[in-house]
Design a protein around this ligand. Structure first.
Ligand code: KG4
Ligand code: ZN
Length: 340
């Protein structure tokens, strides 16, 4: 049977989050402690710092989520927690918190795959039916999934090296822009000429839905090195052109591979859902929307706050998977790697 009220806990990367979600898709609370400031000086997430911050805050986060939802622990029907994949110290902090709460209250526990959380979010936000095609594009992930049920995901392709968000972050660092790099690169690109630098479109010449971004990142570095050698530095306009060129190449590659994934997915009334932090990028989102329109597919993007890491998606995935018969016990393990 479907649990009515679920507490979700998420701590697999650099956001500590807790949320209460009801089985009728109402989000009663969604609390996120963002660690971006702790990692900003390093230009990326530092696992040890992340793990400590999760351990220090996860219980406060849960208390705040329950308070905002107006629900006591005894009122819960399920505690769902991200059990992987992710940075193991953070995942452990969340799993230990969830086990403690479950042991103390008798509320059932369920370990959820973080990627399943992202993949099922369009059902929470838009109530769409199975099956649908999901493109997950974030700082840690890039893959096409045919989503057929709460535990039924078929991978149609994905990155063979970096995730696009990672490439945005590294490009930002290279150009002396802030962290996280995605929004910074997008802002800088607004005044740039996307055609000035001829950046590669990796893997476009090869069939299938796999993607690659490390070569693109390297091409940006080479262009920067060349500018530095020729003129001693990078001007504001150079930076804008580099960002615009990088962003255009990323959008082109994602658009073409999405076109192919939609063709491979081949359903009568296709739905393309896009989730992950990179979906916030207006150039990329616009390109994907156009691909969906050309293929006659409905285009769904959850609101940004639910596209990026959050605990409401974990609570929702918990509700759906528990209803499908999934259970966990105190033997639940935190897994750094956990393919869908
Ligand atoms: O989904 P998310 O919050 O976390 C995970 O990686 O799971 O995604 C964060 C990533 C970061 O790499 C960030 O730079 C990227 O999403 N991002 C963007 C934009 N906003 C965030 N990338 C491109 N353009 C943006 N506007
Ligand atoms: Zn994520």
């Amino acid at each position: 049977t479907m649990p009515d009220l679920c507490l979700g806990i998420e701590s697999s990367c650099d956001d500590t989050a807790a949320a209460v979600v009801a089985s009728d898709r109402r989000i009663l609370s969604s609390v996120i402690y963002d660690q971006a400031l702790l990692h900003a000086a390093y230009g990326g997430v530092v696992p040890e710092i992340a793990a400590r911050a999760h351990a220090e805050r996860v219980d406060l986060c849960v208390a705040e989520a329950l308070r905002q939802a107006g629900v006591g622990l005894a009122g819960l029907d399920l505690i769902a927690v991200t059990a992987g994949p992710g940075l193991i110290g953070g995942v452990l902090a969340g799993v230990m918190c969830a086990k403690g709460l479950s042991a103390a209250t008798g509320v059932p526990l369920l370990g959820v795959n973080h990627l399943a959380g992202h993949a099922l979010t369009p059902r929470l936000t838009d109530g769409i039916d199975y099956p649908y095609l999901l493109l997950l594009v974030s700082g840690g992930h890039c893959q096409f999934l045919a989503v057929r049920g709460p535990q039924d995901f078929r991978r149609l392709g994905g990155t063979i090296d970096d995730a696009p968000g990672e490439a945005f972050d590294k490009t930002a660092r290279l150009l002396g822009l802030g962290y996280p790099g995605g929004p910074e690169v997008e802002r800088a690109a607004a005044g740039g000429d996307p055609a000035r630098f001829a950046f590669p479109r990796p893997l476009l010449d090869r069939p299938g839905c796999d993607l690659s971004f490390s070569g693109l990142k390297t091409a940006v570095r080479r262009a920067v090195d060349k500018l530095v050698a020729a003129q001693g530095g990078v001007t504001r306009q150079d930076r804008a052109d580099l960002c615009a060129g990088f962003q255009a190449a990323t959008a082109d590659v994602l658009a073409e591979k999405t076109r192919r994934a939609l063709a491979a997915f081949g359903t009568a009334a296709p739905v393309l859902a896009v989730a992950g932090g990179v979906a916030a990028n207006r150039t990329i989102a616009g390109a994907l929307r156009a691909v969906a329109a050309a293929a006659g597919a409905r285009f769904v993007t959850p609101p940004l706050a639910l596209c990026t890491d959050n605990a409401a998606m974990i609570a929702w995935a918990g509700i759906e998977q528990a209803a499908a018969g999934e259970t966990s016990d105190m033997g639940l393990a935190a897994r750094p790697r956990w393919p869908l």
